[in-house]
Design a binder for this molecule. Structure first.
Ligand code: NA7
Length: 531
């Protein structure tokens, strides 16, 4: 058994873990990182399915901590593909010599706090233990994949594929009969490309998604140069805005104040720009049901306009409030259903009975398949943490503390787990924001907290339970002011059986959240305890 001491452990080598390692090292701390994959990349390492792309624009979805890096790197498309983002992260790892801090192919199984030594023992799945004063969980919000335990799955003779664990060497589905289960972002991105290869594609849909066209395109040097010339100012605008994205914040106007014709024109304009910015055309789309319905109807009209078979168009048309489940961004998704080789199965009308040796039995019939693709999502925001045996002061298990739902102060620490940090944890903007901006903000916040603790000679940081309680209530109160809690979604934990139903991210806006954190820091890290 290999046991050694370091100042800090970082779990995960995605966007968050790489920058955390960089930042801790810059403080002069020794860093041991762990990563399950065999290289850096995190979500962009695992999700290699055809069509995998970011739905935030490349020039925005990138680090800002190094002006040289942001000037050097050239993006080829408006919305980058997974391979390009992975190359970017590999470049970052090389440029800043970060790989040497990480042990790859290594899953962290446990992290236990020792009240006497005030250090964490971090244990890998192979049984190695590292002792650290600080632990940073950079484990991702959408990294704990879910594969539903369908009856008969083990009997299936065809190939089983999972979007979030797509084989590195790729898969040729030419001429095959393929089924896809799941119509969230991953399903919507891969379905059009699989349809081009497969002899026949059957999509098994339980809940339809609202999706806006990406209108993706190559980035010209001129477009890229124009952004780069103003990068510091633009980054500042994005960071301090509500959405943290380039399409900007909604005007402070209700959708219901506009006439039907004005609304239509405003939606159409944002629709034509591409991406999910259309959700922010008016201030009250995710707050007021009647306002929401105007956009929902606009999107349903676009679906009906695109899909030639009205029955299929109707099946594809969601009825829940738009935005309350992640709005997708697609290329040719709805039009794919006009292809003669694609069938959409509505699992609510024809329930999935079982997987068989030959395919899938739904309702009264069996669909024969050579390959079955699972695009069935993640145990979001808390899943990666709850899969690690984390025990804090007094041996308290994190999963026990969070039995009724996660409790964090500013999404970064949870009381009773000293010196343990999460990046973009529950109660922070995380999945409702440009993740890279939120990651940088949290890493910089942790950096300041640690510098303060070390300067003061108080190397144990914890959270006041009352501060945590106030924050959890505040996060919930803002969510209750919106339409989100009324819809079953992974934002609410509804996609995982037995998971507490709590709105996981902070919906008060990225800029306001940053301002609040800055004020907490300026007040001497109000709500934190230094010992
Ligand atoms: P999502 O958005 O959680 O989508 C998962 C899909 O899988 C969704 O349509 C689910 O239907 C469906 N699903 C899950 N389990 C089943 C079973 N048992 N039977 C049928 N259908 C099922 O995950 P994605 O990977 O697409 O996207 C996650 C995020 O990653 C995305 O929002 C971006 O932020 C990046 P359901 O809704 O449960 O009826």
């Amino acid at each position: 058994m290999d046991m050694h001491n370091v100042d800090a452990v970082v779990v995960g080598a995605g966007f968050a873990g790489l920058y955390a390692a960089y930042s801790l090292r810059a403080q002069g701390l020794s860093v041991q990182g762990f990563e399950t994959g065999d290289d850096v990349g995190g979500t962009w390492y695992w999700n290699r399915y055809p069509g995998a792309r970011c739905d935030v624009e490349s020039l925005e979805y990138s680090y800002s901590f190094s002006p040289e890096l942001e000037q050097e790197w050239q993006w080829s498309e408006r919305f980058a593909t997974q391979p390009e983002i992975l190359r970017y992260l590999q470049h970052v790892a090389e440029r800043f010599d970060l790989r040497r801090h990480f042990r790859f192919n290594t899953r962290v199984a446990a992290a236990h706090y020792d009240d006497v030594t005030q250090r964490w023992a971090v244990t890998t799945a192979a049984g190695d233990v590292v002792s650290a004063r600080w632990v940073v969980m950079a484990t991702g919000c959408l990294s704990a994949a879910r594969l539903p335990d369908l009856p008969g799955l083990s009997a299936f003779k065809g190939r089983i594929l999972q979007t979030s664990h797509w084989p590195k060497e790729g898969v040729d589905l030419t001429g095959q009969r393929v089924g896809v289960i799941g119509t969230g972002s991953s399903g919507l991105q891969c379905i059009p490309l699989i349809a081009q290869q497969a002899a026949r594609l059957t999509v098994f849909q339980r809940t339809p998604s609202y999706s806006a066209p990406a209108h993706n395109r190559p980035l010209t040097d001129a477009q890229q140069g124009a952004v780069k010339a103003q990068y510091p100012a633009l980054r500042q605008t994005w960071r301090s805005s509500f959405t943290s994205c380039g399409f900007g914040d909604p005007p402070p106007v209700s959708a219901l104040q506009a006439t039907a014709a004005e609304r239509e024109a405003a939606y159409q304009q944002r629709w034509d720009q591409g991406g999910f910015g259309v959700l922010f055309t008016y201030a009250d789309i995710v707050v007021d049901a009647a306002a929401n319905d105007t956009l929902a109807q606009f999107v349903r009209d676009r679906i009906r306009e695109t899909v030639t078979d009205p029955v299929v168009a109707d099946r594809l048309s969601p009825r829940y409030a738009v935005g309350t489940r992640r709005m997708c961004v697609d290329t040719d998704y709805y039009a794919t259903y006009n292809r003669p080789n694609v069938e959409l199965v509505d699992l609510r009308a024809e329930p999935l009975q079982a997987v068989t040796a030959e395919g899938v039995r739904i309702g009264e019939r069996e669909v024969a398949l050579d390959a079955l693709v699972f695009a069935t999502g993640f145990d979001a925001v808390t899943g990666a943490l709850s899969r690690i045996d984390i025990r804090g002061a007094g041996g308290q298990r994190l999963t026990d503390k969070w039995a009724e739902g996660p409790r964090m102060y500013l999404g970064v620490m949870t009381a009773g787990f000293p010196n343990l940090f999460a990046i973009t944890g529950p109660g922070s903007p995380s999945v409702l924001s440009n993740m890279v901006i939120s990651i940088e903000q949290h890493v910089q916040f942790i950096d300041g907290l640690l510098r303060t603790a070390r300067m003061q000679g108080t190397p144990v940081v914890d959270v006041q339970p009352a501060a945590e309680e106030d924050w959890v209530r505040h996060v919930d109160a803002i969510a209750q002011h919106t339409l989100y809690p009324q819809t079953a979604s992974w934002y609410m934990g509804s996609n995982v059986p037995g998971k507490a139903r709590i709105f996981l991210p902070y919906i008060g806006g990225v800029g306001p959240f940053r301002q609040h954190c800055d004020q907490v820091a300026a007040d001497g890290y109000r709500g934190f305890v230094f010992a």
